[in-house]
Write a protein that binds this ligand. Structure first.
Ligand code: AMP
Ligand code: GLY
Length: 423
């Protein structure tokens, strides 16, 4: 089978690694990929949002399966584009159509969806420029801190947690005034929940689903979870505090009602649902939905899946997940992300990376890298994800952290405390 994978991060490296091991994979193409994905398949220099170029490529290479990594092409309708094109409609697409991707593409939509289907989440109200005055008085009486969220995709920057009424009111005005562009033309004002976060993933065919290994990611740049938010500095899977009874609650109170809600709302969904959850006391609440896998969670989750990934994807595309048995490796995975100095603020690219061959006990998943004249160079904020799979969590964390230290480039930084808080 000829497979086209879209994206260029650590998540796509983990997918590419796993897809390339499938008995059904004849040719794997990654658009655009990175220096790491080139060792599992062929990189193709096409942007994930250039649907026409992807079409021409899919026809030329007789692509038989399209796997979409990031959210943007899904929210923009890549699945719809393929289904509605006579020449492409036979190609199964892993990733929802626009009508499903809106669960991530609009926080206002997802809050209404959760309310409609009685899925536990923080209380909220949404405001636009037309309802600004109402919004300002709502904020004046809100308990602190207040969570303000731009409705649309804002590259992970659209959530503000504010400890002061005046500041929240000022921010609401700024957001509605275009601080996050169109993404902020509706703003969700949300109650702040206190608890510990985790990420749960399902692959669904619209009515059936398989639950993938859960993971926890570490979002802050600094040790001890301090400093600015990032795309993710590391992850672990499994998550020690997600015991079987808590996981049962997640399935009963959140996963099933979400899948049933999609059916009731007649949303045909093929692909991943990423439940960003928070454990408040012993109860799970949804912080957000994403229509894709998490990064760097995927780098910890995929190595624990023992099944052939192409078979899993085909079962989902053919709506056969009801009879699918997922085989999960009970070992512990730990991922440490190496980033460029300065990230998530300004950082430099083009630093030569050395020591990749010194890694002893881990998988190296490339994220922001490129190959220039035979040299691997940094090409993004998150540069590499180092994953160890070991029989206990401590060993996995130690190995991933030690191997992250064996790689070098100018300005490199990684957190040495990923996962150790959970032991
Ligand atoms: P989101 O983009 O919705 O996932 O929000 C980004 C981050 O903001 C989350 O991972 C949480 O750490 C935090 N956050 C969002 N909503 C809430 C909330 N209602 N209560 C507490 N923290 C939140
Ligand atoms: N690691 C969080 C995300 O992928 O959104």
């Amino acid at each position: 089978m000829n497979i086209l994978l879209i994206g260029s991060g650590g998540r796509e490296s983990a997918f590419a690694w796993k897809l390339s091991q499938s008995a059904h994979c004849s040719n794997l193409f990654i658009a655009p990929g990175n220096a790491g994905t080139a060792s599992y398949g062929k990189n193709v220099n096409i942007s994930p949002n250039d649907f026409e170029a992807l079409k021409a490529f899919a026809l030329k290479e007789e692509i038989e399966l399209l796997v979409v990594g990031p959210e943007e092409p899904l929210v923009l309708g890549i699945h719809d584009f393929f289904v509605n094109d006579e020449q492409l409609s036979h190609i199964p697409v892993i990733g929802p159509k626009k009508e499903g991707a809106i669960l991530e593409g609009s926080k206002d939509f997802s809050k209404q969806f959760m309310e409609r289907h009685h899925i536990p989440t923080a209380k909220s109200r949404s405001f636009t420029n037309q309802t600004l005055q109402e919004g300002l008085s709502y904020l004046a009486g809100h308990t602190l801190p207040i969570v303000l969220k731009a409705d649309g995709l804002a590259a992970g920057k659209g959530v503000l947690i504010i400890d002061n009424h005046q500041e929240a009111q000022d921010e609401l005005k700024l957001m509605l005034d275009g601080k996050f562009g169109n993404a902020g033309s509706t703003v969700v004002v949300e109650e702040f929940l206190t608890g510990i976060e985790l990420s749960v993933f399902v692959l669904t065919d619209g009515s059936n689903y398989v639950i993938l290994p859960e993971a926890k990611d570490y979002k802050r740049i600094g040790q001890g979870d301090s400093g600015l938010n990032t795309g993710g500095m590391g992850s672990v899977s499994p998550v020690p505090f997600a015991n079987p009874s808590f996981l049962d609650k997640i399935e009963k109170n959140i996963i099933k009602p979400t899948i049933d809600g999609l059916t009731k709302d007649k949303i045909d969904y093929t692909g991943f649902i990423f439940f960003g959850l928070i454990k408040v006391g012993e109860e799970p609440y949804v912080i957000e939905y994403n229509c894709r896998m998490g990064d760097p969670e995927t780098e910890s989750v995929i190595p624990r899946i023992e099944n052939d990934l192409v078979e899993l994807f085909i079962a989902s595309a053919h709506k056969k997940l009801d009879s699918y048995q997922l085989k999960i490796n009970p070992k512990n995975a730990a991922t440490v992300v190496i980033v460029a100095g300065g990230y998530p603020g300004e950082y430099e690219k083009g630093k030569a990376i050395s020591g990749l061959d010194n890694v002893r006990n881990s998988y190296v998943f490339h994220a922001g890298t490129t190959l220039e004249g035979g040299v691997v160079k940094s090409n993004g904020g998150r540069v590499l994800a180092i994953t160890s799979l070991k029989s206990n969590q401590f060993e996995a964390l130690q190995c991933a952290t030690a191997d992250a230290a064996r790689i070098y480039f100018d300005g490199k930084y990684f957190r040495e405390d990923i996962g150790f808080d959970l032991i």
